[in-house]
Structures are given as C-alpha cells and as structure tokens.
Design a protein around this ligand. Structure first.
Ligand code: ASP
Ligand code: MG
Length: 446
C-alpha cells in the first residue's frame, strides 16, 4: 500500500448531478469552491445511458425506424438542454456543433450493419456529450480548464481489467501537456479495450473511473458527488428512519457496495484501497452535509449498516453419497467457473451444499451439469440481506440482537465468519421490506 497525500483531488459527479442545466451550474460552483488542482469526472446526463441502451437494442433487432425516432427524441432533449444551459451565440453554436457531431454519428450507425463494437460506440456518446457541453459551459463562464479525453488514457486488458500502470503513464503525460491548468474535465465509464476499440467499465462505471484515476495520480481524495448525503445505514427507499454513516473502512464499504448499497459501484473500492486514497461520498444538493468518509480505518466498531441485494437464486445440491467425499465441492464450483458465474454465499451441511448466484443466464446449463452430483433444488427471487460492521463477528450481542430482531422471518441461508465485517442472510424477496425495517429497529433502535 502507498501513502496517501497527493496534491490533486478527484471530483466525480453522477448523472443526476449534471442532468439539468441548473445542476451543471451547481457543479461549476463546487469545482471552483477552492483552488486545489482537480480532475472532474462526469457521468452522462441522467437517463441518457438508458436511452442509448434502448437505441442500441432497437438497432440490434433491425427496427431502424423506431431506432431513428428514439435518436430524434434524445437529440431534441439535448437541443432543449443547451438552450437552457448557455447564453451566448458563440457557445450555443459550439454546443450545436457538438450535438451535430454526436447525433450524426448515431444516424450513420443506423445505416450500417449493427455489431457489438458499435454498441459500445453508441453507449459512449452519453459521457462524451456531457463533458463537452459542460466544458463549453465553463468556457462561457470564463472558468479556465482542460478537457482530458478518457479514450486516450483509460484502458482495459483482454480480461476487461483496467491497466493501472498504463493509465498512470498516459494520464501523467496528458497532465504535463496542460501543466498551466488546475481544472481538468474527463469522462467516466468509457475506455478503450485490448483491441483499441471504444469500450466501457459496465453500468454505473463512472465511480470506477474516478477511483482508477484517483489511484493513478495518487489523489489526495476521491470525492463521489451524488444526490444523497452519503452511504446510509439502511435503504432509505424502504425504511423510514435512516442516517448517513460518518466513516467506513474500505472493507466495510466494499461489502456494502457489493451487497446492494446503490450509491457506489462495488469495483470502485479496490483502487482507492490499494493506493490508499480516501473516498468521500457527498451530496451535490446539500454540499455542506458531512457525507461518508471511506478510509483505511473503520472509525468505530459494531454494526454500521444493512444492505440488500435482490434477484438472487439459491441452488442446493443434496447428495448423501458424495458430499463427504473430498473433491466434491471442487466439482460443484468448477461447474460455476465453467459458466463464468460467480457465487455470493455458500453454506454446507453434511449432506448438502447451498450457493447463491445473482446472474442466472446460464442456470439451465449449470443445473444440467450439477444433476449427476445429486438432487438439485432451485429457489429464485430471493434477497441477500447483509449486515456490515467493523469486527461484528466478534462484537458481543450482535448475533443475538440480529436474530431476535428478525424472529418472524424465515431465513433460507446464513453466512457468518467469511469475513469479520459481514453477516449475510438469504430470505425470500417478499420478506425484504419487513426484514430491513425489523433490523433497523433491532440493530439501530430506530
Ligand atoms: N452513464 C453510465 C451509466 O449510466 C455510467 C455511470 O453513470 O456511472 O451506467
Ligand atoms: Mg452511479
């Protein structure tokens, strides 16, 4: 691990933080609030990536007229957007040119035959548009800055893994070429793959871009600006009383992000952790709120938060004959490996093993290959509820409080001891809301 304390900071703004002209105005104020050097990472305007996915899917089915309508609709949205964003004719002209360039590109794709690499090109338009329009807005408001094209430094290898070493070198060159600047704007999400094609870091990947950039330049802090005041102790959409957590360790944050806390892309933790860059989750709508600090230290012991992840399938393989035999688990796991399906939870008994997966595209094949090992039972539509906190496995009373709290809930699986920071429960999706509420009362007294 490296020492933190770089001289630049990262500020990443999500889709809702740039989704309206007045929000872009707020972002411009936030990035000029101090005179630290910074790299500002932007998502696409909220809704745009979803629209692009729809356009791409429609093209893939060959329905060109519908795809064309969708493109036109999106183009109109952006035409309105720039009218509200900008005042001067020069800047309006410049923005109209940007729109023309990117929408013309979409209309051209419409005329040629669709492919997977074109799909990635389509998806990249959102971040290209948001950053270019924001840059024009900054220029209009005389805010000195440089635009750094992510496609010139953000790269992934043949396994879709980011190449931190290469990113570091290229980014340093680009920064050096603009050494007179203090504010840099770049795209989240988009990158180039091993073939040199335009690609992306998967949905929600702008957070990942931000933490990779933070790692690459050894930033002083990686600020993730969203529309909520930090990571909450429970799901605020479901539970009525929740609060923002002040501080989390990287481990705790990783467990929470992975097990359902939507605020942060799970992959974005490791670069920050490895290069020891603190991450701050902040609220664009309420910039003075403390937010959540994610750093090496947990801040306090005990339960920090509860998170839930839906769409879970549980698979039980029962075999009185084989389970005791060594090598049985390996054979079971190999099936999942073969179908590139990762396992979230595991529990075993003398005669059975249960695992959960969140991606069941290959489930029929997996079942077929597991059947020779024993009876295979499938439960779909389940939810993993994860209780996360520093050393909770060793904190007296946590387990008792937890199980007292959820007494009326039938629990399908329990995972305890895998890490010191997490206890996970698997329940039927229909019990999710009740479980989260009960845990909020039982563990946080709310
Ligand atoms: N625009 C991309 C998405 O919606 C990436 C991001 O916002 O993080 O998934
Ligand atoms: Mg996001």
């Amino acid at each position: 691990m490296q020492q933190s304390g770089g001289i630049m900071k990262i500020m990443k703004f999500g889709g809702t933080s740039v989704g309206k002209p007045e929000r872009m105005h707020q972002v411009s104020q936030l990035i000029t609030a101090d005179d630290e050097s910074k790299i500002v990472v932007l998502s696409a305007l909220s809704g745009t990536t979803n629209n692009l996915v729809e356009i791409s899917n429609t093209m893939a089915t060959g329905n060109k007229s519908e795809a064309k309508q969708l493109i036109e609709k999106l183009e109109n949205h952006y035409k309105d957007f720039i009218k509200q964003l900008l005042k001067t004719d020069v800047c309006l002209d410049a923005a109209a040119k940007v729109l023309n360039e990117h929408f013309e590109f979409l209309y051209i794709i419409l005329r040629i035959s669709f492919s997977e690499s074109l799909n990635k090109d389509i998806l990249a338009q959102g971040e290209l548009l948001s950053t270019k329009l924001f840059s024009i807005y900054l220029t209009e408001n005389k805010i000195d800055h440089a635009l750094l094209p992510a496609l010139e430094f953000m790269t992934i290898d043949g396994y879709d893994e980011p190449q931190i070493g290469a990113i570091k070198v290229k980014l340093a060159q680009l920064l050096k070429q603009n050494s007179d600047k203090k504010i840099f704007i770049t795209q989240g999400y988009i990158c180039r793959n091993a073939k040199g094609e335009v690609d992306n870091l998967k949905r929600g990947g702008s957070d990942y871009s931000a933490s990779l950039i933070a790692a690459a330049i050894n930033a002083s802090v990686c600020e993730i600006w969203t529309d909520i005041d930090g990571m909450h102790n429970n799901d605020p959409r479901i539970v009525n009383k929740t609060f923002a957590i002040e501080q989390l360790s990287f481990e705790e944050a990783a467990e929470l992000a992975y097990f359902g806390a939507k605020i942060l892309h799970p992959a974005s933790i490791w670069p920050a952790q490895y290069y020891n860059v603190p991450v701050k989750l902040l609220n664009t709508m309420e910039p003075s709120a403390k937010g959540t600090l994610i750093a090496e230290k947990a801040g306090s012991v005990g339960v920090k938060a509860v998170a839930a992840k839906d769409g879970i399938t549980a698979i039980r393989v029962k075999s009185s004959r084989m389970l005791l035999a060594y090598g049985f688990l390996r054979k079971v796991f190999e099936v999942f490996e073969k179908y590139r399906t990762s396992i979230d939870m595991i529990t075993t008994s003398e005669v059975a093993v249960s695992v959960t997966i969140d991606n069941d595209v290959n489930l029929p094949d997996i079942i077929k290959e597991l059947e020779p090992f024993g009876t295979v039972e499938i439960d779909t539509n389940h939810t993993i509820v994860s209780i996360v906190g520093n050393e909770i496995a060793e904190t007296k009373d946590v387990m008792k409080k937890l199980f007292d709290a959820i007494e009326p809930i039938p629990v399908r699986m329990v995972s305890y001891g895998g890490s010191k920071h997490n206890v996970s429960l698997l329940i039927d999706r229909s019990y999710k809301d009740q479980t989260l509420q009960l845990l909020n009362t039982g563990l946080f007294g709310l």
